[in-house]
Design a protein around this ligand. Structure first.
Ligand SMILES: *Cc1c(COP(=O)(O)O)cnc(C)c1O
Length: 501
């Protein structure tokens, strides 16, 4: 592994098939793919993959050719996050250092649910959680390595729910469930553009999606603190329980960071848990330059951070951090076959309280490997590059007659649309995006701008999104991508194209 390996390098070294490698020969390098994704669209791909890779379980095994076929096929037929024109989602090119560490973990196969299946990797997990909680809270806290923001948000809402029910209803819901007197009365406040996983978690936790009360946002998609305070007062006036205030640090579409300290203040005034969903923006903890954008996160009871977004980790690499060093105590379980009390007394740590999962990969290892490889300086440079790309792209879009910039970028996403001269703008923008997908040319994101206050946007709200997470991408590559988008826009901009390409 070269010392300068960084996520997004467009070459990837793949272990060669054993029988065709001359002994002592160099590791072959796969040429960077021409396409950002395989051309042809979903139907053609479905057919080709089934033809090449089924039956899944043949009666007699194929031997080495089974893996060789995948090595030959997948690099050209999977969406490539390391391609400069792959810019749709919070889907980063994985860091080669972390990929290598992940292979080591796969080969050693430790399981993080008991010390006697893990040993050193249990300590590495502690070290990673201690250092990330200290980055967030400016003091050592605790945390859990998760599969991503969805699991992190679920865990945060579970902790908040349990605390609220203990304080306001005198029950431990882990034992007794939700008392009838609390049904329909426990509330969660989050901005109208907060991530949908919060509502889903509320449903899974027995609170119902309706427990999440949307708070209006301003023109830059940030929660309005005065509206938050009003919503909290309405909940109190109704005699309901405000369990948790959720602020978002980096909305999925606009990268907007809610005013964290002001949100913390409302949560504190109402005795509510304060959670920061920093699934996207949490990567700024790694940057000396941008860390101040997260000021106020240290007031949170918990924070979700996805290092498989602005952190270049291979999926999955989520963290749920708690300010309280004993914040995950409610997860603790004692199970005879995994960790019995006398083992604990003898100094063998019980790992069950670290996660909602049981058998669990040692994802902390790849995080540690990459952090030690790049250091704060390395991450600061990579993050600055992505911010500079967003600024360049926004300026280029604003200056280009074919485009309309929606919003000044807050992090590394840029929302815009093609100015349709003939067709319906929503249809033309949707069609140009599918055209680029089916050509295999580029992956753009699409979304809808919220209407006033944050309600879901209607006709005319469709926007394209560039999510810039590849540090090596140059201004010239971004300009070329915009030229490609303009060309596809012109091709799709007709008054009578029925469904779009
Ligand atoms: C991506 C994202 C999530 C969900 O995270 P996953 O890792 O996809 O589970 C939650 N919140 C925000 C703000 C996100 O951007």
């Amino acid at each position: 592994m070269s010392g300068s390996a960084e996520p997004g390098d467009s070459t990837l070294t793949v272990a060669p098939p054993r029988q065709s490698l001359p002994p002592g020969g160099p590791m072959p390098t796969v040429a960077p793919p021409r396409h950002s994704l395989p051309p042809g669209g979903p139907e053609a791909l479905d057919e080709a993959v089934r033809e090449a890779f089924t039956p899944v379980l043949p009666q007699s095994g194929l031997g080495a050719p089974a893996l060789d076929a995948l090595l030959a096929y997948l690099p050209e037929h999977t969406v490539r996050p390391a391609h400069p024109y792959t810019a749709g989602h919070l889907h980063c090119p994985p860091d080669p250092v972390a990929v290598a560490a992940d292979q080591l973990v796969a080969a050693l196969n430790p399981s993080q649910d008991s010390w006697d299946q893990a040993a050193a990797t249990a300590v590495i997990e502690d070290c990673v959680l201690e250092s990330f909680s200290a980055l967030a809270f400016c003091a050592p806290g605790a945390g859990s390595v998760t599969s991503g923001g969805t699991e992190s948000n679920h865990l945060a809402l579970l902790l908040a729910r349990d605390r609220a029910l203990a304080v306001h209803y005198g029950v431990d819901p882990a034992q007794a469930g939700i008392p009838a007197s609390a049904a329909g009365r426990v509330r969660i406040l989050a901005s109208a553009v907060a991530h949908f996983s919060l509502a889903r978690a509320a449903a899974q936790l027995g609170l119902g999606e309706q427990a999440v009360v949307p708070v209006p946002v301003d023109a830059e998609h940030r929660l309005v603190p005065a509206e938050l305070a009003r919503a909290a007062e309405r909940i109190a006036a109704a005699g309901d329980t405000l369990a948790v205030v959720v602020a978002t640090a980096g909305t999925t579409d606009a990268g907007a960071i809610d005013p964290l300290a002001a949100c913390a203040e409302v949560a504190r005034a109402h005795g509510a848990w304060f959670h920061v969903d920093a699934a996207y923006g949490g990567g700024l903890l790694l940057s000396d330059v941008r860390r101040p954008l997260l000021d106020g996160i240290e007031l949170a009871d918990s924070a979700s951070v996805d290092l498989h977004k602005l952190g270049w980790q291979p999926i999955p690499a989520g963290l749920l951090l708690t300010r309280d060093p004993h914040g995950l105590a409610p997860l603790a379980r004692s199970v005879a076959y995994l960790s019995d009390l006398d083992d604990e007394e003898a100094g063998y740590p019980n790992l069950l309280g670290r996660s909602l999962r049981t058998t669990r990969r040692a994802d902390a290892v790849k995080i540690l490997a990459a952090c030690r490889h790049h250091g704060r300086d390395g991450y600061t440079r990579m993050i600055e590059s992505c911010f500079a790309q967003a600024a360049h792209t926004a300026a280029a879009l604003a200056a280009h007659p074919a485009f309309e910039l929606a919003l000044r970028p807050a992090l590394t996403t840029v929302l815009f649309r093609y100015r349709a001269a003939h067709g319906d703008p929503d249809r033309v923008n949707a069609a140009l995006r599918r055209r680029l997908l089916s050509e295999g040319a580029a992956v753009l994101g699409r979304t809808r701008l919220p209407g006033p206050g944050g309600a879901p946007g209607g006709a005319g709200s469709l926007r394209l999104k560039l999510t810039l997470l590849r540090p090596q991408t140059t201004p010239a590559e971004l300009d070329a991508l915009l030229a490609l988008v303009a060309e596809a826009g012109a091709a799709c901009d007709s008054a009578d194209d029925p469904a779009g390409a």
